[in-house]
Write a protein that binds this ligand. Structure first.
Ligand code: SF4
Length: 331
């Protein structure tokens, strides 16, 4: 049964609630009086529920869609002005024991070289990034308890923060590593991390289990409940995200907002950021193998509606998106 306050993944991301939400959105997508009412509520800048936002996503009325874009743009200007925050990803290690079928680092991929940066190499990489003007990083590593234990991640964070180069230092290290224990989240908190980022990939449990056939990441509940453990470990700055293209985008959108509502309901704080990656071509990965790919147009609508639905949440658009797409979304 759907319960946003539950700590059980299948209750706060209830499959039935998402299906009912999608049915409600379909039934009301041409109900322009309701669409107007929802847009009016969105203008208060206090956000929208997953049901309300799903109605807007389903609505195909051109005039209303224009209003959605105009409102998203206005909210962006009012809240953030022209400010764009840049951060650079730093891949520490691509050793990984998981079998995610959409990622080139999956364990069975024997085409790619495996590499784990030493502390000396990290100093060189970070110095080069600082020379490019970067002050914020997102460190990334595959899940491999032998090659990338938490001690390695903590050592890397310590190394990065200790680098003083041309009188400057990295101000913020965001961390994107696999779901872990409360104890490890506490250690990350003590290491002074910025945002803990973990992509859900997909909120659809059955698809999740098929897309993650092997490795610790296979466990849907452990993965989906990770942000609760992070918050229990003292990290109140977390970043959500789904990988668009794996499942039906309307399903993911509702799940994403339900996850944000859950964090707010249980911990009193929603996600700091939401990322919107899309499945892309990579070694051993053919995006055409995933039949839920979304067009640039739908992608832009999703971004606009996330902006409207969770106005205080930063949105992360990666440079994997084309310049054209990024320029359109940044306005
Ligand atoms: S856990 Fe991360 S790095 Fe490993 S295969 Fe999956 S997506 Fe790739």
């Amino acid at each position: 049964m759907y319960n946003p306050k539950s700590l059980n993944a299948e209750e706060f991301i209830s499959h039935e609630e998402i299906l009912e939400t999608l049915a409600y959105a379909d039934a009301n997508k041409e109900n322009l009086a309701l669409v107007d009412e929802i847009l009016q509520k969105a203008r208060l800048r206090k956000g929208l529920s997953h049901r309300e936002a799903s109605v807007l996503l389903a609505c195909e009325d051109e005039g209303k869609i224009k209003e959605m874009y105009a409102l998203a743009e206005q909210i962006k200007k009012d809240f953030y002005g022209n400010r764009i925050v840049l951060f650079a990803p730093l891949y520490l290690s691509n050793y990984c024991v998981n079998g995610c079928v959409y990622c080139p680092y999956h364990l069975k991929n024997k085409h790619i070289a495996r590499k784990k940066l030493t502390q000396e190499e990290i100093i060189k990489e970070v110095t080069a990034l600082q020379d490019m003007g970067h002050k914020r990083l997102a460190i990334e590593a595959g899940e491999d308890p032998q090659m990338n234990p938490i001690e390695y991640i903590l050592e890397c964070i310590d190394t990065i923060y200790s680098i003083k180069h041309k009188n400057g230092a990295i101000r913020r290290v965001n961390v994107n590593i696999a779901a872990t224990t409360v104890e490890n989240y506490r250690k990350l908190k003590e290491a002074g991390i910025g945002t803990y980022i973990l992509f859900q990939e997909t909120y659809h449990k059955e698809s999740y289990e098929v897309l993650h056939p092997t490795g610790p990441k296979h466990k849907y509940a452990y993965h989906t409940e990770a942000m609760d453990r992070a918050m229990e470990g003292g990290i109140d700055d977390v970043g959500l995200g789904v990988l668009f293209g794996l499942e039906m985008y309307r399903y993911e959108f509702a799940g994403l907002l339900m996850h944000a509502e859950h964090l707010e309901a249980v911990h009193g704080v929603g996600p700091h950021t939401i990322s919107v990656p899309r499945v892309k071509h990579a070694d051993d990965i053919d995006p055409n193998a995933f039949d839920n790919g979304i067009s640039d147009e739908i992608f832009a609508k999703l971004c606009a509606l996330i902006r409207i639905s969770v106005p205080y949440t930063g949105m992360i658009i990666s440079t994997r998106e084309s310049q054209e797409v990024r320029e359109k979304l940044f306005v």
